[in-house]
Design a protein around this ligand. Structure first.
Ligand SMILES: Cc1cc2nc3c(=O)[nH]c(=O)nc-3n(C[C@H](O)[C@H](O)[C@H](O)COP(=O)(O)OP(=O)(O)OC[C@H]3O[C@@H](n4cnc5c(N)ncnc54)[C@H](O)[C@@H]3O)c2cc1C
Length: 465
């Protein structure tokens, strides 16, 4: 009988065959034609070779996959949209329980809720809700998976108005490490539900999510662009502007290279810019007044703010590039913090890289610190240092740039970070991401996953043996 030695276990071909016979989806091994495509994730820096990839067709496949992993002592990685920059959706020698083909969705316009399977991306999710004039707090990029995004928190364009994506979670169906199927909500398995609202994939595999939706169709949104040498005054303006912004306005300051947009003079395409991006959700006339100071400030190079469908806010970012991200919540944007940002932005390793400073608080900040697992709801800003480049030879220099910039921003940090923007930053940063909620998360991990069966994630380690 053929055998393969995999991380301390012997996986026999007959065991794989047995799994295939009870599996409705697809079982992909290293010798199968689709293996390389199936192990690829969004971050091109991640090149890992799992022992098996099981592409689940439904809940039964997830249960069977979990039981198979346990019986064969396989390490488990779980894949939703595969967008996680740390690459936790795939691991060497593991079984990947891949939910990306589970894309069922039902919108109930009467109750303004949706039930969505865990393999959906935000582009697909929005496609289904838009027809009813409804929306969730989607990710900014259409290919981001709803699963990892929601389980880690989910900061989008509606965050200040309606809170995080995990705040709109009403219930979730979960397969636990021992193969049980549970529903978690405020009324049922409430401790688990609390953990799923920000605690990541630590407690089980979510097969579907139930969300509260919001009536959002047209928004006032877009970018105001300035040349990079004006960054200091633009960021100081951004600080003062956001200090009094209403909840309807969510905004971000972004350092980037100017896109090839017809509204930007051709000779500036590709040159370093700072832009302020906004999304106003609410009465359009009121919104026009709110964005007026932004449009008037400092004669921008381009003012692209206009009423647009909410769906237009989602963009596409190429998959397969090299990515290394670092993030930190900022306690404010003092002049010194602004100077530190500008000093490091100048060393960006590639025109594909960006640094974004998102304005937070609003509805997100009004949810109590211990009401959900998500840590750090009171920070006014988060800085996301997006190291992105095409050539793997630049990895060392790019990682150094992002790490140095992050070090320079630490003195301005609240001490916390956001799990969804982290690369592989280690246990201390995971602890920092959850702050005061970490101890309760460990208790929950002890209850639902005492053997740390689900550990390819921003891991909360159980304290029981
Ligand atoms: C281009 C881009 C744009 C982004 N924009 C935003 C943004 O606007 N706002 C924001 O908050 N974040 C954003 N993110 C970060 C994003 O939220 C995380 O990368 C998130 O992990 C993506 O979820 P996923 O399902 O695609 O990831 P995956 O890589 O599939 O999974 C991420 C983690 O979640 C676990 N997981 C996945 N599915 C399940 C499941 N069903 N049950 C249990 N665990 C599961 C995985 O094991 C892994 O640990 C962005 C990321 C990228 C690359």
């Amino acid at each position: 009988m053929a055998e393969r030695q995999i991380t301390g276990t012997i996986l026999t071909d007959s065991a794989i065959h047995e799994l295939q016979t009870i599996f409705r989806g697809e079982v992909v091994g290293p010798n199968d034609a689709g293996y390389d495509a199936a192990r690829r994730v969004w971050n091109g820096m991640i090149d890992r070779r799992p022992a098996l990839i099981v592409r689940c067709a439904g809940v039964a496949d997830v249960v069977n996959g979990v039981d198979f992993a346990r019986a064969n002592k396989l390490q488990v990685a779980v894949r939703g949209g595969g967008h996680n920059v740390a690459g936790n959706a795939v691991a060497d020698g593991s079984i990947v329980i891949d939910l990306s083909r589970m894309k069922g969705m039902r919108v109930d316009p009467a109750t303004q809720t949706a039930r969505a399977e865990a393999g959906l991306t935000w582009g697909e999710f929005g496609h289904e809700t838009r027809v009813f004039g409804l929306a969730a707090n989607e990710g900014l990029v259409d290919t981001t998976g709803i699963a990892g995004y929601t389980l880690g928190g989910g900061i989008g364009w509606l965050t200040r108005k309606y809170g995080l994506a995990c705040d709109d979670l009403l219930s979730a169906d979960v397969v636990t490490a021992d193969g049980r199927f549970l529903t978690a909500s405020a009324a049922e398995n409430a401790d688990l539900f609390w953990g799923l609202q920000g605690g990541g994939g630590n407690f089980g595999i979510v097969t579907s999510f139930e969300y509260r939706l919001h009536p959002v169709s047209q928004v006032l949104a877009g970018n105001v662009l300035h040349q990079a040498p004006r960054a200091k005054e633009v960021l100081r303006f951004f600080r003062d502007y956001t200090a009094t912004a209403p909840d309807e306005l969510t905004s971000t300051a972004v350092f980037l290279s100017a896109p090839s947009d017809p509204s930007i003079p051709m000779h500036l395409h590709g040159t370093p810019m700072i832009c302020i991006s906004v999304c106003y959700v609410g009465d359009m006339e009121k919104g026009q007044q709110v964005v007026q100071p932004l449009r008037r400030f400092g004669s921008p190079l381009a003012d692209l703010i206009a009423p647009v469908p909410y769906s237009a806010l989602q963009n596409r970012v190429d998959a397969g590039l090299q990515n290394y991200w670092k993030a930190e919540y900022l306690g404010g944007l003092s002049d010194d913090a602004i100077d530190a940002v500008i000093a490091h932005v100048e060393g960006m390793p590639s025109p594909l890289s960006q640094v974004e400073i998102r304005h937070l608080q609003g509805a997100m900040g009004r949810v109590g610190a211990d009401e959900t697992a998500f840590g750090h709801r009171d920070a006014p800003y988060i800085i996301n240092i997006i190291g992105m480049w095409a050539n793997p030879h630049m990895n060392e220099a790019g990682i150094r740039w992002a790490s140095d910039m992050w070090d320079a921003m630490r003195p301005f940090s609240t001490g916390g970070t956001y799990v969804n923007f982290m690369s592989e930053d280690g246990p201390d940063r995971v602890r920092a991401a959850y702050g005061a909620n970490y101890a309760r998360l460990v208790t929950l991990k002890n209850k639902y996953d005492p053997t740390n069966f689900f550990h390819f994630n921003q891991n909360i380690k159980p304290s029981v043996k």
